[in-house]
Design a protein around this ligand. Structure first.
Ligand code: AGP
Length: 610
């Protein structure tokens, strides 16, 4: 979702701003712009479309030599993608970029109209910029203006602002939308995410809410809204530029799928102590775990689908009821939470607005919250009662892959831990599963990755489809939901995930000659049932692709047009290899269609607005 970069230093800022925005492209955007403090003026150039369009416009602006500026990639919320709605939004005194949503923009607009302002865009951001301007005109003090503006604004924001009269300084402030600040001998920066800073420094400050950052070329300072100086904790990035690059792969998505074995190793191995899961968190390792009566997993999109896998595993192993919910529904539907329940928030970014709101709601109800998050120090991680990090490294492709796999792995460890604490399994069984996880999951995913060519062949048969179905039972059904989302978001093919036994209650009417149906068969106990489902759709002309474990493919006569046999592994671990194969399938369909795999239309990596 929208990207912010700001720079002040000794170098010409336009190339730095553009480069910074390029590293943030993965967040999703539909227009871009920059403002440069240039010889006493604030010069703004913006364009609908991709960064290349903005760069083309900037080519004719050789005189833009200023060394302080702000840049933005916009993902439209208020008003269509257009030049005039793009950020930055400027007045004669200042220029501002914004991530988030100003909820009371209409109220602010009325206030501004009474003060004589008019508007040229449909955006909430222009109202925000003019509100800062209105207060600035009264005090001529940037901090006072920002402080007064944020006391009026309701909603979420990360603002980067430059003022004409302070042309070497970038000001920043945030609420419910991430923003980081850094300073080094290369200058001062603000950014909405770490990749924008990696080329310059590994040290950064994650700005606390309500703290105003004043970034100059040779210093950075922070103050609260009373103007008192405050400290911010300096953090160090745990990954490097190479990890944020494609490393020889054509797309980030395929690179990230190939990183799954390593990501799972890093996430699982350190959490096994004396053969059993160990998290280093009192509530999870101690006796409290056995007192949780019900578990609620709350998340969005792919993370929610990992939650469905978690539900299958926790309920199977620990016999504890698990409710999996979409965060955007949970937060508004007055959920019933018991005092002895556990709420798990799953999120790659840790900044998803709905997940963050769900976390705050659960906390306000006095329920213990556990975050499972990939981005260290993110809002969900910081606000939950405890956090387990998935150590997947940076995930750049909009379509989440390795983050999903490590979320599933961590939930698996948690399921074992809960089962142990509730005495549903003994230590020997638990330790057997743990050692299989360490020894077999990464190795079998590595084998699955070797099936790349076979998967691409199957993908080539699906590229011209308009609709397709995924079917499975038990945990396969959970895996199908994610496989279907993956295909939809990057290949633009409509697909549905169905419990194989549910098709005949309505949806089978959509199965006609040639419609592809991808059947997942990894659960022996329901294998014959799934095979019946496959026969039913084949009888109606479906083109069937089967993804099955070696054991089941050998044991049963599974009718299909294409068969992808998963590498041999324990049945309880098969979901991991299946997930990888289904991700590869979605990837190849998109790549073969020549689509922008890593930046699918309309989507953003981190959804920081409702
Ligand atoms: C993943 O492929 C999606 N693009 C999306 O569904 C994502 O999983 C969702 O927005 C949740 O994001 P989070 O994990 O960062 O909270």
């Amino acid at each position: 979702m929208c990207g912010i970069i700001g720079y002040t230093g000794n170098k010409k800022c336009v190339p730095i701003l553009i480069e910074g925005l390029r590293t943030l492209e993965y967040r999703g955007y539909d227009s871009a712009g920059v403002t440069v403090a240039n010889s006493g003026e604030l010069v703004t150039v913006k364009s609908k479309g991709r960064l290349d369009d903005l760069e083309n416009k900037l080519k004719s602006q050789d005189e833009l030599t200023g060394t302080c500026g702000i840049g933005h990639t916009r993902w439209a919320t208020h008003g269509e993608p257009s030049d005039k709605n793009s950020h930055p939004h400027s007045t004669s005194n200042l220029s501002l970029v914004h991530n988030g949503i100003i909820e009371n923009y209409a109220e602010i607009e009325e206030m501004l109209i009474s003060a004589g302002y008019s508007f040229s865009s449909e955006t909430d951001t222009e109202r925000g910029a003019k509100l800062v301007d209105m207060f600035y005109k009264k005090s001529n003090d940037p901090i006072d203006a920002i402080k007064n503006a944020i006391s009026v604004i309701r909603g979420s924001y990360a603002f980067g602002i430059i003022f004409k009269a302070h042309e070497d300084t970038v000001y920043a402030v945030r609420k419910d939308s991430p923003l980081i600040v850094s300073h080094s001998d290369k200058g001062g920066f603000i950014a909405s995410d770490i990749p924008a800073l990696l080329g310059y420094t590994s040290k950064y400050y994650r700005l606390d809410e309500g703290v105003i950052a004043v970034v100059k070329k040779d210093s950075v300072s922070f103050c609260d809204t009373d103007g008192n100086s405050v400290d911010q904790k300096e953090e160090t990035v745990s990954w490097n530029v190479e990890q944020a690059q494609k490393g020889g792969f054509p797309h980030f998505m395929i690179k990230e799928i190939h990183e799954e074995p390593e990501a799972i190793r890093k996430t699982v191995e350190p959490r096994i102590k004396n053969g059993l899961p160990y998290f280093g968190i009192e509530a999870l390792d101690g006796c409290k775990l056995s007192s949780f009566e019900a578990i609620h997993i709350v998340a969005c999109g792919t993370a929610m689908h990992a939650g469905l896998v978690g539900k299958a595993l926790i309920e199977k192993l620990a016999r504890t009821p698990v409710n999996v919910e979409v965060a955007s529904e949970f937060r508004y539907r007055d959920p019933i939470l018991g005092k002895n329940d556990l709420v798990i928030l799953l999120s790659q970014s840790g900044e998803t607005a709905d997940t963050l709101a769900a976390l705050r709601l659960a906390k306000s109800m006095g329920v213990y919250t556990l975050a499972i998050v990939n981005v260290i120090g993110s809002s969900v991680a910081r606000e939950a009662d405890s956090v387990l990090y998935t150590w997947a490294g940076p995930e750049i492709a909009v379509a989440s892959t390795k983050a999903y796999s490590v979320q599933c792995a961590l939930l698996y460890l948690l399921a074992i831990r809960i089962a142990l604490s509730k005495k549903m399994i003994d230590e020997q069984t638990a330790s057997g599963i743990c050692s299989s996880m360490v020894e077999k999951i990464p190795a079998s995913i590595e084998q699955a990755l070797k099936m790349n060519d076979a998967v691409r062949d199957v993908a080539s048969k699906l590229v011209s489809s308009e609709h397709l179905f995924y079917i499975g039972r038990d945990i396969d059904c959970a895996l199908c939901t994610e496989a279907s989302l993956k295909l939809k978001e990057i290949s633009y093919i409509h697909s549905e995930a169905y419990a194989a036994g549910e098709l005949k209650h309505g949806t089978i009417s959509l199965i006609t000659e040639g419609i592809p149906v991808i059947a997942l068969v990894t659960v022996s106990k329901v294998c014959e049932k799934t095979v019946s489902g496959i026969r039913e759709v084949r009888a109606r002309g479906a083109y069937t692709v089967c993804v099955a474990t070696k054991e089941l493919a050998e044991k049963y006569d599974i009718p299909c047009d294409e068969m992808l046999v998963l590498p041999e592994t324990d049945e309880l671990l098969a979901p991991f290899t299946a997930a990888t194969i289904l991700q590869l399938l979605a990837y190849h369909v998109s790549a073969l269609k020549g689509l922008d795999v890593d930046k699918p239309r309309n989507l953003a990596k981190s959804v920081t607005v409702e």
